[in-house]
Design a protein around this ligand. Structure first.
Ligand SMILES: NC(=O)c1ccc[n+]([C@@H]2O[C@H](COP(=O)([O-])OP(=O)(O)OC[C@H]3O[C@@H](n4cnc5c(N)ncnc54)[C@H](O)[C@@H]3O)[C@@H](O)[C@H]2O)c1
Ligand SMILES: [Zn+2]
Length: 362
């Protein structure tokens, strides 16, 4: 079992990573010496596939555990669902020394994490991420929250878990589309990390698609380690953590312009990474060959490399919130080299427009 240490200003906690680790959640929690009971919060899909395994691990470790299942889907990240969960925790007599175990993807992690951060002003939290996106991204870093009707992730807090148990074997049941959601983030980490990681993805991406754990597990580890390093320096997202937004400025514009239906987050990130690579070549002289290598890799992974069915003008307008107050330029993360991100790059509006239009016109 690999044990990584997350060390932020507010807390230090372990991240356990290994195939089969889901069977050890109970014993790993016991080894924290916290006592108390655990309430597993999961969604309807994950419950069918993996809940019994985690419940059995609690039984084996002699931990009192209950489970609450929410309907799968982004709609679970709502104040209404949160209110129901608070009442269920109350009915289960959950107290401050007890903990919530978030078993699921980013939706469950964000929702259950938000509940843990607010119920009785904060109870214990264990993250057991079950999607690739959750394993490499949302379970790390302590951002938890819910959506409001007007905007996504608008209500939340920073709340680090007490432990994370990451089991790449759980990804075997992930639908292909969900795997790709996470792969877009993996490619982002590869670009941020450098040639080594990027070249490994280029040469061995098929092993990832084929769920060859000898490749998947170290890739997940590299992503976690990258995010941990950034978050430990900048827990509250005031500076260096911004590098994680690589590709996300344009991606958010595409998601919004497509009404959150045309392109999923991961697909939009794929296009956003391409836009970032192009702008990096124009503004920071990144070798244009990387843009081409990126396109080939994203395509091989089954991610979109051309934008269709979204109006580029709408994409540009949707990025307005990323505009700087004093002029019309847009603030972005770009790369001067693979592995060398630069935050706060000013992109003039004309240049942004040309690159977004270059993604596809119809
Ligand atoms: N907190 C953060 O830092 C952060 C970062 C990125 C994204 N997010 C949030 O994460 C959410 C998206 O997360 P997601 O992509 O994991 O979506 P998700 O949680 O909705 O999971 C996607 C789908 O896969 C199913 N699923 C989960 N694990 C499975 C498994 N092992 N086998 C089969 N099916 C499985 C789920 O039931 C769901 O239907 C968004 O709400 C986003 O805002 C948060
Ligand atoms: Zn993302």
């Amino acid at each position: 079992m690999i044990q990584l240490l997350a060390s932020t200003r507010s807390k230090e906690y372990p991240i356990y990573l290994s195939g089969g680790a889901a069977s050890d959640v109970g014993s790993l929690w016991s080894s924290q010496g916290r006592g108390g009971k655990l309430v597993i919060i999961t969604d309807s899909n994950v419950a069918e596939l993996w809940l019994r395994k985690v419940e059995a691990s609690m039984d084996d470790a002699g931990i009192t555990a209950s489970s609450i299942i929410v309907e799968a889907g982004e709609a679970a990240k709502s104040l209404e669902r949160a209110a129901e969960l608070y009442s269920k925790l109350f009915a289960l007599n959950v107290r401050r020394r007890d903990a919530v175990c978030a078993l699921g993807g980013g939706v469950v992690g964000d929702l259950a994490g938000f509940i843990a951060s607010t119920y009785m002003r904060g109870i214990g939290l264990v993250q057991v991420p079950t999607t690739l996106l959750a394993q490499v991204d949302s379970s790390i870093g302590g951002k938890v929250g819910i959506n409001i009707d007007e905007a996504k992730n608008y209500v939340g807090s920073f709340y680090q878990p007490d432990m994370v148990v990451t089991d790449p074997d759980l990804l075997r049941t992930l639908p292909d589309a969900q795997l790709k959601e996470g792969l877009a983030e993996v490619v982002k980490y590869a670009m941020l990390s450098g040639e080594d990681f990027f070249a490994a993805m280029e040469s061995s991406y098929e092993k990832f698609l084929g769920m060859d754990m000898a490749f998947v597990e170290p890739v997940v580890r590299r992503c976690i380690e990258y995010k941990l390093a950034v978050v430990s320096e900048d827990e509250r997202d005031l500076g260096r953590r911004a590098v994680l937004n690589l590709g996300h400025t344009v991606a958010h514009g595409i998601e919004t312009a497509g009404g959150y239906e045309r392109y999923s987050h991961g697909q939009a990130v794929s296009l956003g990474l391409l836009a970032a690579a192009r702008l990096s070549s124009e503004i920071l002289q990144l070798d244009a060959a990387y843009g081409e290598r990126l396109r080939v890799l994203l395509e091989a992974l089954g991610l979109p490399v051309e934008m269709h069915g979204v109006d580029p003008a709408l994409v540009l307008r949707s990025m307005a919130s990323d505009k700087k107050a004093d002029d019309d330029s847009i603030n972005m993360v770009l790369l001067e080299e693979l592995g060398r991100p630069v935050i706060n790059c000013d992109v003039p509006p004309g240049q942004m427009e040309a690159v977004v239009r270059g993604l596809g016109e119809d």
